[in-house]
Design a protein around this ligand. Sequence first.
Ligand code: NAP
Length: 248
Amino acid sequence: MAKVILVTGGSRGIGAACCTLAAEHGYDVAINYAGNAAAADAVATAVEAAGRRAITIQGDISDASAVALMFDTTEAKLGAVDAFVSNAGVINKSAPLADTPIEEIRRVVEIDLTAHLICNREAVRRMATSRGGKGGAIVNISSKASTLFGGGGFIVYGSAKGGIDVLTQGLGREVAADGIRVNGLRPGLIDTDIQDDTGIENRIAKFGSSVPIGRAGTALEVAEAVIWLLSDQAAYVTGTIFDVSGGR
Ligand code: NAP
């Protein structure tokens, strides 16, 4: 029987690449999204073209009942979740902290940290062998912004991502005996739509060549690492975080 993967923010960018690559690796795929139904449908079509089942689920990951419903829907339509990618995220407009509106601080921390805690909590409640689950694997998408201390006007975003790093390393240890592996990835500069939300024009063109490897990364290059971390090939890897950042 096919394994089941649930990806938050699976409609675009890194999440979409995870969904399509997961299908190529034999997973049935649940694609969560916030509002862009057309993009989610396009990813579902790509999953089905790879011969796997796909469902799309609209739901705000910062809403705990929507997150519970997202897992319920996946279980009912595809089966229990084997692999969970806590990926959906937003970024603040680049600015010094002193000039960042309070509402923006709250929004970014809510989606980039609180929501990931809610999602990981729900995943563990479903997967833990001590709670009747069958175990599983979780990958949390952090960012190099956490170890670069949010430089370039991203202290709010970097702070939230630093929280995800603690979540990953702590939870990996907390649930290791429950059949669940929890790992994280810190992507560097990746060419996706999120760059347009930074307020920095042509960010990829401006900064790509300053990455040690000489260019920005692709969503697929991040997805490759996600799929490996979720696989049985990574069976002895938990509570750790890998950089996918071209040496940045
Ligand atoms: P993206 O292209 O902007 O896609 C964001 C995705 O998240 C979309 O699918 C969006 O859904 C979804 N989303 C946003 N808010 C949501 C919410 N409240 N509930 C549910 N879904 C929500 O971004 P990306 O670059 O692929 O980023 C994915 C992850 O990688 C984020 O956590 C980001 O911080 C991290 N990351 C990205 C980079 C980079 O350079 N791109 C670097 C480091 C880390 P809709 O399509 O419906 O809007």
